[in-house]
Ligand binder design. Structure first.
Ligand code: IPM
Ligand code: MG
Length: 368
């Protein structure tokens, strides 16, 4: 039987409770589809700091290195931030570090609004068209997140100067553009590239390089939008988008906006992929939402983003397309039967039943 090694890093806040449900669903899928998962859990984020005084403990990094892929929960508890220096906080010391360490330059965030969740979308029905189905392809290891210098200087007299640097090179833009064009080919063959070419040097280079790469994909319709306009178009007419290609920070912002259109951030999975080597792609899979400390430990969190992240792992890292589709199908059926966590519940919806994290996870595992 095929066996895969997975590092499961649940992290903070709602991480552990949604991770538990995702693992349950993955195990049910393995039994059904005939593969085995060796899952090793390891602490990260504040859980790592409490365990080994490091957001990314050495043992956790070691386990990740020995694994075929990483299933990640979420990290960060803003209330505790003031207790340690900013470079040691989980977002930078664990999440960004892992992205860089494993060269995870391509972040895929698929957003779709299932018909039955039309009520959870903040837009009027006539703007939802036949449904929203967008793939945000976000560059994940460049731009303002990582550019140097990155520091805060003391100017004296109580004044500080904060510096972040936005850097992109031609090869960095080319490789993420190829990912986006290939994804568009498998979808509706439309690619919208987002930049700020009217103001930023980075935007000019981005647009030039994407246009040049696009010549190799003449079957894909390419358009360029400025990021501010793209944010507006997402609200005005989200159905015009198929694949949206963004640099790191624009993708961070627009993917949350797109997620809201898909009903809830609790429904948005993501895959972060490195280069493909001998047919294998090391990947990092995480829900795009955060730790949601306000609802943590209360059995209120929606586990679907974490569960769907598991489905993306099966597809992108292990090539288990059927097993992946089995999870996506189970999620869809359970939603169709009316089960709703609080974030997607609407009392006015006929047949809707409000459930907790555990009940939602168990129902999806049973539906595999
Ligand atoms: C995301 C998150 C992270 C990011 C944070 C937690 C550092 O918002 O994955 O979208 O900005 O990339
Ligand atoms: Mg974000």
């Amino acid at each position: 039987m095929k066996t895969y090694q997975i590092a499961a890093l649940a992290g903070d806040g709602i991480g552990p409770e949604v991770m538990r449900e995702a693992i349950q669903v993955l195990r049910a899928t393995g039994e059904k589809c005939g593969f085995q998962l060796h899952i090793t859990e390891a602490p990260v984020g504040w859980a790592g700091i409490d365990f080994a005084r490091k957001a990314l403990p050495d043992i956790t990094l070691e386990i990740c290195r020995k694994s075929d892929s990483i299933l990640f929960g979420s990290v960060g508890l803003p209330d505790r931030d003031p207790t340690i220096p900013k470079e040691e906080r989980p977002e930078r010391a664990a999440l960004l570090r892992l992205r860089k360490e494993f060269g995870l330059f391509a972040n895929l965030r698929p957003v779709s609004l299932p018909k039955v969740l039309a009520h959870a979308c903040p837009l009027a029905r006539e703007r939802q068209g036949d449904g929203i189905d967008i793939l945000v392809v976000r560059e994940l290891t460049g731009g303002m997140y990582f550019g140097q210098p990155k520091k805060t200087e003391d100017l004296g007299g109580g004044n500080l100067r904060a510096i972040d640097t936005m850097i992109y090179t031609t090869p960095e833009i080319e490789r993420i553009a190829h990912v986006a064009f290939r994804a568009a080919r498998l979808r509706r063959k439309k690619l919208t590239s987002i930049d700020k070419a009217n103001v930023l040097e980075n935007g000019i280079l981005w647009r030039e390089v994407v246009a040049r790469v696009g010549k190799q994909y003449s079957d894909v319709a390419l358009e360029h939008l400025f990021v501010d306009n793209a944010a507006m178009q997402l609200i005005l007419k989200p159905t015009q988008f198929d694949v949206m290609l963004c640099e790191n920070m624009f993708g961070d912002i627009l993917s949350d906006e797109a997620a809201a259109l898909g009903g809830s951030l609790g429904m948005l999975p993501s895959a972060s992929l490195g280069v493909t080597n001998g047919g294998r792609t090391f990947g990092f899979y995480e829900p795009a939402g955060g730790t949601a400390p306000d609802i943590a430990g209360k059995n209120l969190a929606n586990p679907i983003a974490q569960i769907l992240s598991g489905a993306l792992m099966l597809r992108h890292s292990f090539g288990l397309n059927e097993a992946s589709a089995a999870i996506e199908g189970a999620v869809q059926r359970v939603i169709e039967t009316g089960l709703r966590t609080g974030d997607i519940f609407n009392a006015a919806e006929a047949g809707a039943r409000k459930v907790g994290t555990r009940e939602m996870g168990a129902a999806i595992a049973a539906a595999i």
